[in-house]
Design a protein around this ligand. Structure first.
Ligand code: 8IG
Length: 278
């Protein structure tokens, strides 16, 4: 069944929203939670960041949910969790990973988690990612609110004549909520490249000239699909490295890992406080 429904998403005659509705029905059945209130997508560096949100009500291998991709490596699949937010009767759907455009599985797969979140009843979604930073004063480990984006993927998750206004895509209301928690959080414009290679220094300079502060390989297509599905969007990047050519020192993988580890407790607390106020 999982295989068939995954194939359905790739079939152009299938409505991806039907697959999302089936996925939401499976989530409701497996979690016993009829309706989720908000959703989170955890990007690189954010793995443990949802652990403080509240009590895990249920955890499902994502590959068992219609339309979600099977894990690339057996036994290394991610899970979808239902978490009851501490001190409330509200539930968050936590998507443990995402499908990236560079995997070549198609844009429908990239945004299926977001559409599923909307189908479970969520009204808002928090998209997180790890990315490269263009501002020299943003050290690795710096969280940054996405204020706006440049979609440099040359594609869209929307099909046909679907004209969606993106003026307030990264909702000012939710950025205000985040700033109530931490007034020092900087904001930036995120440029999504297709990847999977990192940018050349010339491409990073180009992105800077175009107005980007952050470069990454996710989030913008999901944000567009989320807005189209009626979700309010908050997106938070973790700058895990300075983008190519920004620092005179070449990237050190160890430094990046260490920065992520060091940022762990801070971004977990940040996320829990923000989610509690949404
Ligand atoms: I972590 O420097 C991470 N992801 N495109 N560029 C792009 N994606 C990234 C980067 C980066 N760092």
């Amino acid at each position: 069944m999982t295989d068939r429904t995954a194939a359905d998403l790739d079939d152009p005659t299938t409505d991806p929203f039907d697959v999302a509705a089936r996925a939401a029905a499976v989530i409701a059945e497996r979690t016993g939670v009829a309706r989720h209130d908000l959703a989170l997508v955890l990007g690189s560096g954010w793995d443990g960041a949802a652990d403080r949100l509240g009590e895990v009500v249920a955890e499902i291998p994502s590959a068992e949910i219609p339309g979600f991709s099977a894990p690339a490596v057996a036994g290394h699949g991610t899970t979808t969790r239902s978490i009851r937010l501490a001190g409330t009767d509200r539930h968050a759907l936590v998507l443990g990973s995402r499908t990236h455009l560079y995997e070549g599985k198609g844009v429908r797969r990239v945004v299926h988690g977001v559409r599923t979140a909307a189908a479970t009843g969520a009204r808002a979604i928090v998209l997180t990612n790890g990315c490269g930073g263009l501002q020299p004063d943003w050290a690795p480990g710096q969280p940054v609110l996405i204020r706006d984006h440049l979609n440099l993927t040359a594609t869209s998750p929307l099909e046909g004549a679907t004209f969606v206004d993106l003026t307030d895509l990264y909702a000012q209301r939710l950025r205000d909520v985040a700033h109530e928690v931490d007034a020092t959080l900087p904001e930036g414009v995120y440029a999504q490249f297709r990847g999977p290679h990192y940018e050349t220094p010339a491409e990073v300079r180009m992105a800077g000239v175009l107005g980007a502060d952050l470069v990454g390989m996710s989030t913008t297509l999901e944000a567009i699909a989320a807005r189209h599905a009626g979700l309010e969007v908050l997106a938070i990047s973790l700058v895990t490295n300075q983008a190519a050519g920004i620092s005179p020192v070449p990237l050190s993988h160890e430094e990046v890992i260490e920065a992520g580890r060091e940022a762990g407790p801070r971004i977990s607390a940040l996320l829990a406080e923000i989610v509690g106020r949404i």
